[in-house]
Design a protein around this ligand. Structure first.
Ligand SMILES: Nc1ncnc2c1ncn2[C@@H]1O[C@H](COP(=O)(O)OP(=O)(O)O)[C@@H](O)[C@H]1O
Ligand SMILES: [Mg+2]
Length: 279
């Protein structure tokens, strides 16, 4: 489909005897935020490297922004934050960005650089050397490089693994801004809460294979029962979702004071653990 940002068909990668990724069939619409989930070694980074054209598939095919993966002209329209990267210690952040701006042949480089520095909150330290940066700041710089030139699609490979809770929430806000702007986001993560909050759709991989795909709601969904906190603590009531108001009304009639009500809900984490539970 012309509107697909990503269309992969039976995409596969072998490293000798290791099937790093097998049979990935996937579509991501433009403007969508996809959470690509899986335990360590599942094949997430391999998938992203193939989609950005760094690793050659050994099977299947994929298109990004309507062009076969690896297409050179398309690369300038793609942003990529690798899982592991390191910029030279002796370069200032602004120099790193200037180098990438040249690679992208950006016209108004100075402005584009300021834009991404603001976006990731590094403007004040942009003249300092990378060697003086904390891990979190280096990660922000990686994000700034990925966002340089306002790419149409951004691949983020574990963007928050080096970040503290504040940094994580900043990255979440950033992803939300990208989405609001219509940028397609492909988010590799094993942090489920994060994916649950920002992604429209989720693809779960395990040992090189897709084990589930769908919207977060479809994968989780409400289940039976409700937890209610009364004066003396939490109590569980078994009921269908539609019966929750009746349960609460009855408790109030009986004179209970209600402090909190939580419908039982399968979290993405529950579902994920069930999907990737190994023998
Ligand atoms: N360059 C490589 N050479 C050999 N094996 C690799 C290479 N890259 C990844 N693998 C293997 O492929 C599998 C998937 O790795 P990876 O895509 O990095 O997983 P994830 O990102 O989900 O943690 C792992 O078993 C890993 O050891
Ligand atoms: Mg990885």
């Amino acid at each position: 489909m012309p509107d697909d940002a990503i269309a992969a068909h039976a995409l596969a990668k072998r490293y000798g005897r290791i099937g790093a990724l097998q049979d990935l069939t996937l579509r991501v619409a433009r403007g969508e935020c996809l959470g690509f989930l899986g335990p360590n070694g599942a094949g997430k980074s391999t998938a992203v490297k193939m989609l950005v054209g760094l690793v050659r598939p050994t099977g299947g095919a994929a298109e990004v922004l309507g062009k076969p993966v690896g297409d050179r002209a398309t690369r300038a329209r793609i942003g990529y934050l690798p899982e592991l990267f390191r910029y030279p210690d002796w370069l200032a952040a602004r120099e790193v960005l200037a180098f990438h701006a040249r690679l992208l042949r950006l016209r108004d480089a100075a402005r584009a650089i300021d834009t991404v520095l603001d976006e990731v909150g590094l403007r004040e330290r942009a003249g300092d050397r990378v060697g003086t940066y904390s891990k979190g700041m280096q990660q922000r710089l990686g994000l700034a490089v990925a966002l340089l030139g306002a790419p149409e699609i951004v691949f983020l490979d574990e963007p928050t693994s080096a970040l503290d809770p504040v940094g994580r929430s900043d990255v979440r806000a950033l992803i939300e801004r990208l989405r609001a702007r219509g940028t397609t986001v492909f988010l590799n993560s094993h942090l489920l809460g994060e994916v649950e909050r920002v992604c429209d759709r989720v693809c779960v991989v395990d040992r090189g294979r897709v084990v589930a795909q769908g919207t977060v709601e479809a994968l989780t969904g409400a289940t039976r029962g409700v937890r209610v906190r009364l004066d003396d603590g939490w109590r569980e009531f078994d009921c269908a979702p539609a019966e929750i108001p009746d349960v609460i009304a009855r408790l109030v009639r009986e004179g209970a004071r209600i402090h909190a009500v939580e419908p039982n809900q399968t979290t993405l984490e529950d579902r994920f653990l069930a999907l990737v539970a190994h023998a």
